[in-house]
Design a binder for this molecule. Structure first.
Ligand SMILES: Cc1cc2nc3c(=O)[nH]c(=O)nc-3n(C[C@H](O)[C@H](O)[C@H](O)COP(=O)(O)OP(=O)(O)OC[C@H]3O[C@@H](n4cnc5c(N)ncnc54)[C@H](O)[C@@H]3O)c2cc1C
Length: 459
């Protein structure tokens, strides 16, 4: 990069960061109601609202209900933090650290005497007694909102999970980072004949996560292998395997083509129309071809968490729970399912996609419904999703953005992606940290989070 381009880009990134910092949060914080107000409403029976899952959907509900008069809110999550999953791949590829993209749930929601945050794994729901079951406890509810999201699906090959880990939690991201950095170390000490397998990375699934991971591993290999290990980045083989005819199939074909071309310029090998037929330690089978690869990453399917089983309803497509237009489940108006766990239909009659904005808008809608009912007002009718467009990044200065008929690629799409992600990150600290690290990485090609700690890698 020439110096003449560095400065405007630095200003652009700084501008992006400031815009993100000033613009506020994706999930608004609601200050706790003053004690006086709570006393005024104290004779009203308290509505016990239980929110299961503090991801995008659950937090959108909780942040709107916390401290509201007449509501006792319990938020239950298996983890103690809210995770910004869209940037998980950056933790897996040493660009960011876990604390940059996650915040403790207790620090996001304001303190309130009517708020109870529980770290517990929910294992069932007794819809008759109106109890959420977790860790031997039964938590009673008047209104229940389930927002437990999705989990990786190996399409009936559960045994592949260990050999081809997926990317869903911070633990997954740290495991992958460990694996990627470890094989670099091993390759630098290996005889040339072994290097090919050690430096082969196969990503299964050409959706946004597969594309982002492939691009980011390619950049990591190019920037770090050459500098730290004195190995040419080109020695790394990065293969993106997609069963369908194109990568980023949720985008229009022109944007898929751009993404594929951009990945190829970064040295990524794209195999569309190719299905994985087997995975063994050190080998992945693509039809008749066996590819020796030390690292196989699953970025293909997801399915809903087992909410349908908890509620005793038949699972819909992808294990999701079919909900009505108001996001409640048939026969139980006191139970709503939102986000990736729910199958809700859009205005075109098609299922809404598993995306953060869907979960957040559904969370706001459910909170509004509860508040309106509590105040004796008519609940809003049906949930309507507002689609503001889609973004996916491929690598430095390479991204795609689709805003209806407007399609943007390259640097403008990339800077839009960066600003949007800083804007939606939760917590002022995280926005500052991520902005600073991106600006630094942009100028130096440096990945600062390359510590190898703990577990062994596969080789
Ligand atoms: C790697 C990756 C990248 C992504 N990138 C994008 C992107 O760029 N843009 C986009 O719009 N979307 C993206 N998504 C999808 C987006 O993250 C999801 O659509 C969104 O998180 C769904 O929100 P949710 O509230 O339904 O579930 P989540 O945000 O997943 O939250 C679920 C919560 O429930 C908790 N939980 C789960 N099971 C239990 C249980 N049994 N008991 C208690 N708690 C439980 C979890 O700990 C979690 O906190 C990405 C997803 C992944 C995995």
């Amino acid at each position: 990069m020439s110096h003449s381009t560095t400065k405007p880009l630095l200003f652009a990134l700084a501008g992006a960061a400031v815009a993100g910092l000033l613009a506020g949060r994706g999930v608004p914080r609601i200050a706790p109601r003053p004690a006086k107000k709570q006393r005024r409403h104290s004779r009203r029976p308290v509505c016990r609202v239980v929110v299961v899952g503090a991801g995008f959907g659950g937090l959108a509900v909780a942040s709107r209900l916390v401290g509201r008069p007449g509501i006792h809110l319990t938020v239950i999550d298996a983890h103690n933090h809210h995770l910004f999953q869209p940037l998980l791949y950056q933790v897996a590829t040493a660009a960011l650290s876990p604390g940059d993209i996650a915040s403790p749930v207790r620090s996001i929601l304001p303190e309130s005497p009517s708020l109870h945050v529980m770290m517990a794994r929910v294992t069932g729901v007794d819809t008759g007694a109106q109890h959420v079951l977790c860790g031997g406890q039964a938590v009673p509810y008047d209104q229940l909102i389930i927002a437990t999201g999705s989990q990786p699906s190996y399409f009936g090959h559960a045994d592949w999970a260990e050999l081809a880990p997926s990317l869903k939690t911070l633990d997954d991201a740290l495991g992958l980072r460990q694996q990627i950095l470890h094989v670099f170390e091993q390759a630098s000490a290996a005889i040339p004949a072994d290097r090919g397998r050690l430096l082969t990375f196969v990503l299964i699934g050409g959706g946004p996560t597969g594309v982002e991971m492939a691009g980011s591993i390619a950049e990591l290999a190019r920037d770090v292998l050459a500098r730290d290990f004195n190995l040419p980045g080109a020695q790394a083989r990065i293969m993106l395997v997609e069963a369908g005819p194109r990568v980023l199939s949720a985008f229009t074909p022109d944007l898929s083509d751009y993404a594929a071309a951009a990945l190829r310029t970064m040295g990524v090998e794209i195999r569309t129309g190719t299905s994985v037929t087997g995975i063994e330690p050190g080998t992945v089978h693509l039809g008749d071809q066996a590819v020796a690869a030390a690292t196989v990453i699953w970025t293909a399917g997801t399915e809903a968490t087992p909410v349908a089983k908890w509620l005793g309803v038949a699972p819909a497509h992808g294990g999701r729970v079919a909900v009505g237009p108001d996001l409640r489940i048939p026969g139980h108006p006191e139970v709503a399912v939102i986000g990736d766990a729910a199958l809700a239909l859009g205005s075109d009659g098609k299922p809404l996609p598993g995306l953060a904005p869907v979960a957040k808008q559904q969370g706001s809608f459910v909170a509004r419904t509860i508040l309106r009912r509590l105040h004796g007002r008519r609940a809003p009718g049906a949930f309507m999703y507002r689609d503001y467009g889609a973004l996916a990044t491929i690598g430095r200065n390479k991204a795609v953005a689709e805003f209806g008929a407007v399609h943007v690629t390259g640097f403008p799409a990339w800077i839009t992606w960066a600003v949007a992600h800083i804007f939606f990150l939760i917590g002022f600290r995280n926005r500052v940290m991520v902005s600073a690290q991106w600006a630094f990485a942009y100028l130096t090609h440096e990945r600062g989070n390359r510590l190898l700690i703990g577990r062994e890698a596969r080789s």
